[in-house]
Design a protein around this ligand. Structure first.
Ligand code: PLP
Length: 442
C-alpha cells in the first residue's frame, strides 16, 4: 500500500515549514499572495504593513519594477552559467560595485546563496588563510553567546542561541564563546548604543589567555545582534574587539547579514561604527530579498595570500553551483541601482531620530520591560508570562497580523526592521497599531 499523503494543491501537510510552529500555522494559516512597496496582500485581501522588511531583507520595499524587470530580462538572456572555471560579466560587475560601497580595504568578494552560506564561507576562508600563511595551528573559532550566524554546522557552532544548537550533537569542535552584551539592569530603555558593557570585550583576552593566540583563527560577531532580539553594541565594545584581534593576529569577521545594505544608515555597520573587520558576511538586502544570494567581503591581505602556487591550480577549494548566478547577479545590480537612485543606503540615518521617538513612546504600554533601537531597527522586550516563555510575544504577533501589521518575535521580544522606504506616516501607523496590540492585552 502506498504511504503517500493524499494531497490536493492546497493541502498544507506536505510542506514542513522552517522556523515555524507548523501545527499552529496549519490550523489558521497566514497566507501572503501579493506585495507592493510597504505592504503585503493577504489571501483574504487585507493590506498588511510590513514592519520587518520580510525577514530583514526587502530593504527597498516590495516588487520594485527595476529589480523585477532585470530578473525577467536576465532569465531570457543568460539563465545560467557554470560557476566553476567559467564566468559571466554581471558577476564581475557586481563584485566591483559591491567593493565600491564596502568599507575601504574590502577589495574582494566571494558569492554564496544565503547568509548561512556566507558564514560557512568566511569561517573556511579564515582557517585556510592561516594555513596558507604557515599558521596551521590557528584552528579555533570564537563566537558569542546569543549570536546568530545561520543554521549550518559552522554557523550554529559559533552561534549562541541554545534552541538552534541543542538538538544537533557536538557541532564543530574547537569553538569558544564570548559573553553576550545584554545588561538590562543597567541599560534598559537606552536610545542607541548602551553606555554599559563596552568592557565585556576584554573577555576575549581571557579566552586568548586560556587557549593561546596561536590556536585561534577568527572571531565572528554580528555588529548588532538581530535574531536574538536586537542587542546593540555597547559604546567602545566593537573597537575593543578589533584591538584585541589585531594584537593577537586573529581575524575579525562581522556578520552583516542584517546590518548590511543600509539598515543603520551607512552601507555597512563597519562604516557606521567606524570599525574595520577583516571579513564581512552579507546576504538578504543584497538582492532586496528577491533572489537568494550572499556575498563575503575580504581584504586584499586575505585574498592575496591565496594567489600563489602554479597558475593552473585552483587556489581555494570552495564554491557553490549558484555562486554569482546570472539572475541573482542581475537582481543585485538592479537592487544597488535602486538603493543609489533613492539614497536608501543612508536614508535610515535621516529617519532614525523620528523612528526612535515613536518607538520609545510605547514605554508606558503594559508588560514592556525594555525598548532598544539603532538605525531602522527597534526592539520591544515584554515581560514573559510566568511558566509560558514566548507566548506573550507570539500572541502580539498574531494580534498584530489580524490588525494588518507584520512584526517579528523572538523569545518575548518584538523586533522591528521595516523597509528603508518607510514614511513618517507609515511609522505613525505602525506604532499606533502596535500600541493597540500591546494595550489590548497581548
Ligand atoms: C546575522 C545573520 N547571519 C546569518 C543569517 C542566516 O541567513 P540565511 O537565513 O540567509 O541563511 C542571518 C539570518 O537572519 C542573520 O541574521
Amino acid at each position: 500500500m502506498s504511504n503517500r499523503l493524499n494531497t490536493s494543491p492546497n493541502d498544507l501537510r506536505a510542506f514542513w515549514m522552517p522556523f515555524t510552529a507548523n501545527r499552529q500555522f496549519k490550523q489558521n494559516p497566514r497566507m501572503l499572495v501579493g506585495a507592493r512597496d510597504m505592504h503585503f496582500t493577504a489571501s483574504d485581501g487585507r493590506q498588511i504593513l510590513d514592519g520587518t522588511a520580510g525577514l530583514w531583507c526587502v530593504n527597498a520595499g516590495h516588487c520594485r519594477p527595476k529589480i523585477t524587470e532585470a530578473i525577467a530580462q536576465q532569465a531570457g538572456e543568460l539563465d545560467y552559467a557554470p560557476a566553476f572555471q567559467m564566468g559571466h560579466p554581471k558577476a564581475f560587475e557586481l563584485a566591483n560595485r559591491l567593493v565600491d560601497i564596502a568599507p575601504d580595504g574590502m577589495n574582494h568578494v566571494l558569492f554564496t546563496n544565503s547568509g548561512s552560506e556566507s558564514v560557512e564561507t568566511a569561517l573556511k576562508v579564515a582557517l585556510a588563510y592561516h594555513r596558507t600563511k604557515g599558521n596551521g595551528s590557528r584552528t579555533r573559532l570564537i563566537g558569542r553567546e546569543r549570536g546568530y550566524h545561520g543554521v549550518n554546522f559552522g554557523g550554529i557552532s559559533v552561534g549562541g542561541i541554545v534552541s538552534n544548537r541543542k538538538m544537533f550533537g557536538t557541532l564543530l569542535t574547537g569553538v569558544d564563546h564570548m559573553p553576550h552584551t545584554h545588561l538590562p539592569a543597567q541599560n534598559a530603555f537606552t536610545r542607541g548604543q548602551p553606555e554599559h558593557g563596552g568592557d565585556i570585550a576584554s573577555e576575549l583576552e581571557r579566552i586568548v589567555t586560556l587557549h593561546d593566540a596561536s590556536t585561534i583563527a577568527a572571531v565572528i560577531v554580528e555588529p548588532v545582534a538581530g535574531s536574538t532580539g536586537v542587542l546593540i553594541p555597547p559604546k567602545g565594545y566593537l573597537k575593543k574587539l578589533r584591538e584585541i584581534c589585531t594584537k593577537h593576529g586573529i581575524l575579525l569577521i562581522f556578520d552583516e547579514v542584517i546590518t548590511g545594505f543600509g539598515r543603520l544608515g551607512s552601507p555597512f555597520a563597519a562604516q557606521h561604527y567606524d570599525v574595520m573587520p577583516d571579513m564581512i558576511t552579507s546576504a538578504k538586502g543584497l538582492t532586496n530579498g528577491v533572489i537568494p544570494m550572499g556575498a563575503v567581503f575580504v581584504t586584499s591581505e586575505i585574498h592575496d595570500a591565496f594567489m600563489q602556487g602554479p597558475e593552473h591550480m585552483i587556489e581555494f577549494f570552495h564554491g557553490y553551483t549558484y555562486s554569482g548566478n546570472p539572475i541573482a547577479s542581475a537582481a543585485a545590480l538592479a537592487t544597488l541601482d535602486t538603493y543609489k537612485e533613492e539614497g536608501l543606503l543612508t536614508r535610515a540615518a535621516d529617519i532614525a531620530p523620528y523612528w526612535e521617538e515613536q518607538l520609545h513612546s510605547l514605554k508606558d504600554c503594559p508588560h514592556v520591560i525594555d525598548i532598544r533601537n539603532t538605525g531602522l531597527i527597534g526592539a520591544i522586550e515584554l515581560d514573559p508570562i510566568a511558566g509560558e516563555p514566548t507566548k506573550r510575544a507570539f500572541s502580539a504577533f498574531l494580534k498584530a497580523y489580524d490588525d494588518g501589521l507584520l512584526i517579528r518575535t523572538t523569545g518575548d521580544i518584538i523586533a522591528l526592521s521595516p523597509p528603508l522606504i518607510i514614511t513618517r506616516d507609515q511609522i505613525d501607523e505602525l506604532f499606533e497599531k502596535l500600541r493597540n496590540v500591546l494595550e489590548g492585552g497581548a
